[in-house]
Design a protein around this ligand. Structure first.
Ligand SMILES: Nc1ncnc2c1ncn2[C@@H]1O[C@H](COP(=O)(O)OP(=O)(O)OP(=O)(O)O)[C@@H](O)[C@H]1O
Ligand SMILES: [Mg+2]
Length: 725
């Protein structure tokens, strides 16, 4: 059996609790929490469902529980073990570090964070919230208790305690599988109907194939007959063509080719001889021309030499004359220069004397002072001057005479010079005339030599042409004969070649026909060996066989599906609300009736009889979703919830919660170490308080019980009392 042990609950800034408050939960005894209204009794035990589910017994959530004075850092926590594995839930609100969140840890390992993550984990580990509130926590708000719940709510608690939801899942799964099975069955039926129609089709195919086989052999016979005809035709053609290839022409062609080659080489020889003769003639002609040229040149050189010699002799005479004349000219030139100098000197002297005379004459006439010595001229002096002038005039006359002589000498020399130059010019011209004459003579001689030379060359050319013509004539005949032979040989050769080409063409045609023949023979062989593909019939037959096997298999599978369907239908009704869930509920009713009788017996000393039932009497076969609690006051005979007093209802509720707690333990195989009761004694008289206290005290031997009461309850004999002030 699974054991859930709550270890401790803690809170800080939770409701009225600002300071950290920790309550141990695993003491297995009875704790009474007491204190005046509004002191915070409920909040202490509310910290447990609040830590687990985020809601208090009154439905307070989140911000409602954060201490109003502090306004932040609300933190509650709960530690517990499940089969000794430790867990811890920490819930934070407006927390400066964690904000609003909840964390579930297993040992040191974080299992989840945030309400969405941990809610399913808590439900699995402990129980869902509504179950917790109806089996472990008897809240102050009695309206939420089992007897006052709606039918749907009761049903939900039952479903949870008896874990009936899983049957709905099984049911849905079974229905799903049945649907799948239905589809599979339909598939098989479809396949079967398709395959059933296939067999006659394939049988018809086999019949057609047999027909096709007959047709195949009939056609084969026809084709082979046609091939045989073609074969004999081809053989005839080959025979005819072969008969055309009788005379061999290749040897004849070889001989003609040889003859052509011989005649060609003879022709070449003749041409060679002719070329040789022609070239020796040309050589002789060339050397003769060379000789004539040499001779002509020699004659020209001799003539030139002779003329040069004559000219040299003549030149010498002229050159002597010219040299003498030039010398005479040069000498006359010398005399002329000297005469000119003397004349110039005399003229300038005469000029200076004339100046002196004029000066002296002017002075003698006008001046009394000597311009030279600046002495006063006296008569003596003047006379001396006049004498002087006289001497100068005489000297002037002499000079005039000398100048005249000098002038006539100068003129005579110039005339001589002129004459000599004319003579020189004349001699030079004569020399030139003589030279031209010589040149003309030489040119005449050259022309004579050239004329003779040309005549000799012409004669030589004519003789050479004659010899060349003779040579050509001599060889022409031979060449003509040979060329004629060659032409006739070529025409023979062409004839042979044409014959050979024709024979080749015939041979090609024979080869082609032979290859046609051999391919025809192959075709005939292949055709003869051709057989109808019986595999095709066998394949169709195999298909029929395999379809028949498949049909058998499908029938087997169909049977299997029918069986599976039967089994699934069984489980479908088993998992339906009328099946196992209904049985489980039915089975739990006696247990619950037994437990509630046990508790109420103790609580009310046998005054009240309470029983549960599922209203199966209403309509057999209808889903039993109505779970009713039947109450009977054995004294007043009041028999409905509405007829009972507040205190009576409370007793029934206490009995019910303890019963449900037992049912849960038994069905789910789980025990909890905790029971919480808030203001359980409200509306109870002392006697009933005593009965209830007794039962609770008994329960506290196995569990930790926390009882909240605004008044101190002595009958409880609490092990601990938390008195809040
Ligand atoms: N967020 C909060 N911040 C501070 N105080 C709060 C907060 N919420 C509730 N309280 C106070 O806590 C008290 C309610 O606590 P609780 O319900 O536990 O009282 P109680 O002792 O069970 O009272 P009663 O006997 O009437 O049931 C009230 O005094 C209320 O003012
Ligand atoms: Mg309270």
């Amino acid at each position: 059996m699974k054991q859930i042990k709550f270890l401790e609950v803690g809170m800080k800034n939770f409701g009225p609790y600002i300071e950290e408050m920790i309550i141990p939960l695993n003491q297995n005894n009875l704790t009474l929490i007491t204190g005046p209204n509004g002191i915070g009794k409920t909040m202490i035990i509310d910290a447990i469902p609040f830590s687990l589910y985020g809601t208090t017994s009154k439905g307070k959530k989140g911000d409602d529980v954060v201490n109003n004075v502090v306004g932040q850092n609300c933190h509650t926590w709960l530690t517990f073990t499940s089969d000794d594995v430790p867990y811890r839930v920490d819930r934070y609100h407006k927390h400066s570090k964690y904000g609003n969140t909840v964390v579930l840890t297993q040992g040191k390992k974080e299992l989840g964070k945030g309400q969405r993550d941990i809610s399913p984990l808590i439900e699995t580990l402990i129980v869902p919230q509504r179950l917790f509130m109806n089996t472990l926590f008897f809240g102050q708000n009695i309206k939420t208790f089992f007897t006052d719940l709606t039918d749907t709510e009761k049903k939900e608690i039952f479903r949870k305690i008896l874990d009936l939801d899983k049957y709905t899942t099984y049911y849905d799964e079974t229905v799903k599988r049945l649907k799948e099975l239905e589809e599979l069955k339909n598939q098989i039926s479809n396949e079967l109907s398709v395959k059933d129609t296939l067999i006659p089709t394939f049988k018809k195919q086999i019949e057609l194939l047999h027909e096709e086989e007959k047709e195949f052999y009939r056609r084969k016979q026809m084709i082979l007959e046609t091939y045989e005809r073609d074969l004999s035709e081809l053989q005839k053609v080959i025979q005819n063509l072969t008969s055309l290839l009788t005379t061999p022409v290749d040897d004849l062609l070889l001989t003609v080719n040889q003859q052509i080659a011989d005649s060609r080489s003879a022709l070449l020889n003749i041409k060679q001889e002719e070329d040789n003769e022609t070239s020796s003639l040309t050589n002789a002609k060339t050397s003769k021309i060379y000789e004539l040229n040499q001779k002509s040149q020699t004659m020209k050189d001799e003539a030139k030499q002779e003329i040069s010699k004559q000219f040299d002799e003549l030149s010498k005479v002229f050159d002597d004359k010219i040299l003498n004349l030039r010398k005479a000219v040069e000498e006359l030139q010398q005399v002329s220069t000297e005469t000119q100098v003397n004349y110039t000197r005399l003229s300038s002297k005469l000029e200076s004397i004339e100046i002196q005379i004029n000066e002296l004459t002017r002075n003698v006439m006008s001046l009394s002072i000597c311009p030279t010595c600046l002495q006063i001229l006296n008569e003596q002096n003047k006379t001396n001057l006049k004498k002087k002038i006289e001497e100068l005039n005489q000297e002037k006359q002499k000079l005039d005479e000398s100048i005249k002589q000098s002038y006539s000498k100068k003129t005579g020399v110039l005339q001589q010079q002129l004459d000599k130059n004319n003579e020189l010019k004349k001699v030079t011209e004569e020399k030139a005339v003589k030279f031209n004459e010589q040149q003309t003579t030489l040119t005449g001689k050259y022309r004579e030599i050239d004329v003779k030379h040309q005549a000799l060359l012409v004669e030589l050319q004519s003789r050479s042409d004659q010899a060349q013509a003779e040579i050509r004539k001599k060889y022409m005949e031979k060449k003509t004969t040979l060329e004629k032979t060659s032409v006739s040989l070529f025409s023979v050769k062409q004839k042979y070649e044409a014959q050979i080409a024709e024979q080749k063409r015939i041979q090609v045609s024979i080869d082609e026909n032979k290859s046609k023949l051999s391919s025809l023979l192959n075709t005939i062989k292949e055709k003869t060996e051709e057989v109808f593909d019986k595999n095709r019939i066998e394949l169709v037959q195999e298909k029929i066989n395999s379809i028949q096997t498949e049909i058998k298999e499908l029938h087997k599978q169909q049977q299997l599906y029918y069986k599976q369907e039967e089994v699934l239908n069984f489980w479908k009704s088993g998992f339906s609300s009328l099946g196992i869930p209904s049985l489980l509920i039915d089975e739990s009713i006696p247990f619950m009736n037994e437990r509630i009788s046990y508790y109420l017996d103790k609580i009310s000393n046998g005054r009240y009889t309470v029983s549960f039932d599922t209203l199966k009497a209403i309509k057999t076969g209808e889903y039993r979703d109505k779970i009713s609690v039947n109450v009977l006051d054995n004294i007043t005979k009041a028999n409905s919830r509405i007829q009972l007093s507040g205190g009576q209802t409370r007793l029934v509720d206490i009995g019910t919660i303890l019963t449900l707690c037992d049912l849960q333990s038994t069905v789910q195989n789980v025990t909890f170490n905790l029971l919480l009761f808030d203001e359980i004694f409200d509306s109870l008289d002392d006697e009933n308080i005593g009965f209830v206290s007794k039962v609770l005290k008994e329960l506290s031997r196995q569990k930790s019980l926390f009882i909240i009461s605004h008044v101190y309850i002595e009958q409880l004999e609490a092990d601990n009392v938390i008195a809040l002030r």
